[in-house]
Design a binder for this molecule. Sequence first.
Ligand code: P6P
Length: 335
Amino acid sequence: MNTEVTVTEHILLHQKKSPHATGQFTGLLYDLILSGKSIAFRVTKAGLLDVLGGTGEINVQGENVQKLDDIANRIMLYRMERCGALCAMSSEEEPDLIRVRPEFPHGDYILIFDPLDGSSNIDVNVNVGTIFSILRRPEGGSGEVTLDEVLQPGWKQVAAGYVLYGPSTMLVLSTGQGVHGFTLDPGVGEFLLSHPDMTIPEQGYIYSVNEGNRQNWDDAAREAVEWFHTAPASNGKNYSARYVGSLVADFHRTLIYGGIYMYPPDRAKPNGKLRLMCEANPLAFLAEQAKGKASDGRMRILDKQPDKLHARTPLFIGSARDVEAVEAIYAKHGR
Ligand code: P6P
């Protein structure tokens, strides 16, 4: 396989029909990729750059802000405000919508991102990642971008993906023409095509959930998780449990090996823990583009209408048959 295919080349040459192989969109991707490389540099050197640990601040999510959360957020905000393709942004680390300031070139796209998902794992050198979702400003929008223009259901995304900072740094991206993985070649400083046409197996053999939350689940969630304790897996054996505790890492494994990642609602988090717009929607877009599924147990994630920037949702995502098994259990418990 020719491994010299860059992201830009792949977008422009292999997805000619993509309506987003435009200069503006390519420029957006270029600065998104540059941000990923810049964050990768700091994440891989974390132990040497005095960027481990927390800042002492609490973010809008009520979570302790890690130093690298703050660094990754600043890199994304600085770089993407100057890319010339955006009119607004929303970051998991920022309470409010960020409108591109007048002194910078504006475009038609809206970027929603989690600058560093899984950052609580950084101090123990576990994979983390940047998750991004790209929307277009609704036709006819002019003047100051309104929140209503941003609060779009996930099926309206024009692209989504993540950068995974692990043993290798990978960009996994879809512009609606399938899912493709690119691995960073540190020698040339480029993401090169390494995983074309990624698809999730129809059924898997791994389930991924934090069973420590069990006592807070309702009956439907408990029964859904217990299904995977005894159901026959795709390999003819029982399902195996894997839980990294870093969504991007758990999703990436699910994308490649199949199976299901679950974050059910619980008494403490009745709408789940994960954010709809900057986590569930982009991963659901990828999952469906890879022939998998993503649900909140009762409805398709991409059909959910966000009521606020940091809306949360339960998430069941991965192999179509495994997600359908969960939905059947929730249906039995009443929609
Ligand atoms: P818990 C990280 O904070 C995160 O948002 C995801 O990356 C991860 O999947 C989840 O939370 C882990 O949550 O409650 O299992 O520690």
